[in-house]
Design a protein around this ligand. Structure first.
Ligand code: PGA
Length: 250
């Protein structure tokens, strides 16, 4: 059985005090009603992480990004080693906001994925097409390219420790969710592509999350798709009740 995962990507939201309150609410709700079917991950700002990781009981803590280099003169960067050393277990790599606003290329993302794995964290590698790419029927090629350039350099052993997230750019933060049929189609395509590159066993064991306007109302239907193994949640992860409801959608 593949691991089921619900990860809350807080993006650049909340002050430390607000974040701490939200984190405590999530912990309290999960303590009352533990998540037996899915792993819950909270992904706040870098600077909250060390503190949250110390208090975390019912969730794992992850980072939204990491440096592509190991260490040294890279002012302003945060290395995978630093993240691991304060308790991060996961790191998002290649979120579409990083790709578009910070010009992160598949080549840079390939290095970030390596850094995460070398420091014993699980990369959550994001892929997904824009609306323009979908409308011009290029979406499958784009997804295949993101996979081949971003993660297919990994050995089978490394790839087994990687989680993928399909996040159609047109669905992120827009309120327009992919239908469960659209999500299932792409997730099955991703799994087939992994099988062609590695093998069936690796493809079948890879957790592929869906992200993009997933919320407490639509999570159940999306998570019921055979190839959808959970969600990467933005907006809806900023409300404790909604986030926990999504976790319990499995
Ligand atoms: P959203 O964001 O749930 O707000 O659409 C998802 C994401 O960007 O990971």
């Amino acid at each position: 059985m593949r691991s089921k995962i619900v990860a809350g990507n807080w993006k650049m939201n909340k002050s430390y005090q607000e974040g701490l309150q939200l984190f405590s609410e999530i912990e309290t709700l999960l303590a009352k009603q533990p998540s037996s079917n899915a792993k819950a991950i909270v992904i706040p700002s870098f600077i909250f992480m060390a503190d949250f990781a110390k208090q975390a009981k019912n969730v794992a803590v992850g980072a939204q990004n990491c440096a592509s280099e190991q260490s040294g003169a890279y002012t302003g960067e945060v290395s995978a080693l630093m993240l691991k050393s304060v308790g991060a277990e996961y790191v998002i790599v290649g979120h579409s906001e990083r790709r578009s606003y910070y010009a992160e290329t598949n080549a840079v993302l390939a290095k970030k994925t390596e850094q995460a794995l070398q420091n014993s964290m699980t990369p959550i590698f994001c892929i997904g097409e824009t609306l323009e790419q979908r409308n011009s029927n290029k979406h499958l090629d784009i997804i295949k390219q993101q996979l081949s350039e971003g993660v297919f350099h990994l050995s089978a052993e490394q790839f087994k420790k990687t989680v993928l997230a399909y996040e159609p750019v047109w669905a992120i933060g827009t309120g327009v969710t992919a239908t469960s049929a659209q999500a299932q189609e792409i997730h099955a395509f991703i799994r087939k592509t992994i099988k062609e590159k590695y093998n069936e066993e690796i493809a079948e064991s890879c957790s592929i999350l869906y992200g993009g306007s997933c919320n407490a109302q639509n999570a159940k239907e999306l998570f019921a798709c055979p190839d959808v193994d959970g969600g990467l949640i933005g907006g809806a992860s900023l409300k404790a009740e909604d986030f926990v409801k999504i976790i319990h959608s499995f």
